[in-house]
Design a protein around this ligand. Structure first.
Ligand SMILES: [Zn+2]
Length: 436
């Protein structure tokens, strides 16, 4: 007997998902549209870019993180701080945030936002807002300690007023971690759960496992797209969901949430193993492992077209659609014989496939050059990883030199990247900026 499984603000979705593949509507509570609210867009990296540079994080002290700005017009790296003679190491500094942490930076034209979290989860996640020069930084929202960002690599969506992402939180009643889609007003910090997935993990005897795995996969205009995965049948299963014998019983549904009306539609339902997705603009891209092809499906009309049927995949292969830049989709395909992924770019108009081969090595591992940020005519990439001296500022004002393995950033022309020409324009490290 499956108990409370999926709750859409009080409405049961399960019956809809299991019985129907047709389009049914469910209404959820969304905030009324405001003037600032525009089209919703997925944040694709943890950094935030401007016309002339980008904001990033930097570990300048032993117990905090600083916001820095890399400016291409001046070639300067700087702390996001306009205070004279500042050591950038205390709370009084605009750019400084206490606690060694990571985060996602995003901005509208007015403010820079920082969604901060720590590796060890000792501190709750926090959302900060500041002016673009770092001044007037305010804590907008402190999450509950058990509210954890679902990472790897799922990024939020942002519409200028609200940020949307999936977190899990502990539910005392069911004694489970429950994933939910959260909406946060970035000015007031008010949160609303738009989708709550109650996960039955089969803790009672005789009860079968059941998993609802929500992913925010894309956004277009005022619609968010999510996939949820669940078991087709629960009566004759023995293992945990995701095990081989159960993989064929997994179904995935594509949900479209209209942020203006609050309505959710089940757009499509299919067998889990068949598809890997990416939504960009009005297209949903996926690899059809059976037909060995990359396809695009119009997210409103459902019209599907084959982009390329020459992908070197077998139906057992792992494929990952990384991202789309410049009208090309980056696809990683695992080759079981060689035990490694190969990376390709598929032109979404012509279907032409080309191998991407820019790589770097660290220890004995080889990595593909990784795109961190897309600028107008270039990419910011990690093109190497090197041990280098790094100065950590201690509370007593002393600088300690430590050797750390640091990613090396460079700018590369898009054309060079696509043609595998390692023509890197290295970006000065923030260490250089600080010691200068
Ligand atoms: Zn400062």
């Amino acid at each position: 007997m499956i108990k409370k499984i999926v709750e859409f603000c009080g409405l049961m979705l399960l019956a809809l998902m299991l019985i129907s593949c047709g389009k049914k509507e469910i209404t959820v509570e969304t905030q009324p549209r405001t003037e600032k609210t525009g089209n919703v867009q997925m944040l694709r990296t943890e950094w935030s870019s401007t016309e002339t540079g980008y904001y990033r994080l930097y570990n300048h002290t032993e117990d905090g993180v600083n916001l820095c700005y890399v400016d291409f017009t001046t070639g300067q790296n700087s702390f996001v701080c306009n205070q004279p003679a500042c050591q950038h190491a205390e709370k009084s500094c605009n750019s400084f945030f206490k606690g060694r942490s990571h985060g996602i930076l995003f901005s509208n034209m007015e403010h820079l936002y920082f969604l901060k979290y720590t590796d060890l989860r000792e501190d709750p996640m926090k959302l900060y807002r500041m002016n673009l020069d770092g001044s007037d930084h305010k804590l907008i929202h402190t999450f509950r300690k058990d509210e954890l960002f679902v990472m790897d690599p799922v990024y939020p969506a942002f519409d200028g007023q609200y940020i949307y992402f999936i977190i899990t939180s502990w539910d005392d009643e069911t004694m489970q971690n429950i994933p939910k889609l959260l909406q946060i007003n970035v000015d007031t910090g008010k949160t609303t759960a738009l989708l709550i997935c109650n996960q039955n993990i089969g803790t009672e005897e005789g009860q079968q496992p059941y998993i609802v795995d929500p992913y925010l996969i894309g956004a277009h205009e005022r619609t968010l797209y999510l996939t949820v995965s669940y078991l087709k049948e629960t009566s004759d299963l023995t293992g945990i969901a995701g095990a081989d014998e159960n993989a064929q019983n997994m179904l995935t549904s594509l949900l479209a949430l209209d942020l203006n009306t609050g309505k959710i539609e089940v757009q499509d339902t299919w067998k889990n193993a068949d598809r890997r997705f990416l939504v960009q603009d009005d297209q949903m891209y996926y690899v059809d492992l059976i037909e060995k092809s990359l396809k695009a499906c119009h997210i409103k009309t459902g019209e599907t077209r084959v982009i390329s049927s020459n992908l070197k995949v077998r139906n057992t292969d792992e494929t990952i659609l990384r991202s789309i830049y410049d009208g090309k989709c980056i696809v990683d395909i695992f080759n079981p014989e060689q035990q490694r992924y190969f990376r390709y770019a598929v032109d979404l108009q012509t279907g032409e496939i080309s191998a991407l081969s820019l790589e770097y090595s660290e220890d004995d591992e080889t990595y593909y050059v990784h795109i961190k940020l897309e600028m107008a005519d270039s990419f910011i990439v990690i093109y190497d990883q090197k041990e280098e001296a790094h100065h950590v500022l201690h509370k007593d004002g002393t600088l300690e030199e430590v050797i750390e393995s640091e990613p090396q950033y460079a700018r590369i022309k898009k054309e060079d990247y696509w043609n595998n020409i390692p023509n890197y324009d290295p970006i000065a490290t923030l260490e250089d900026a600080f010691s200068a």
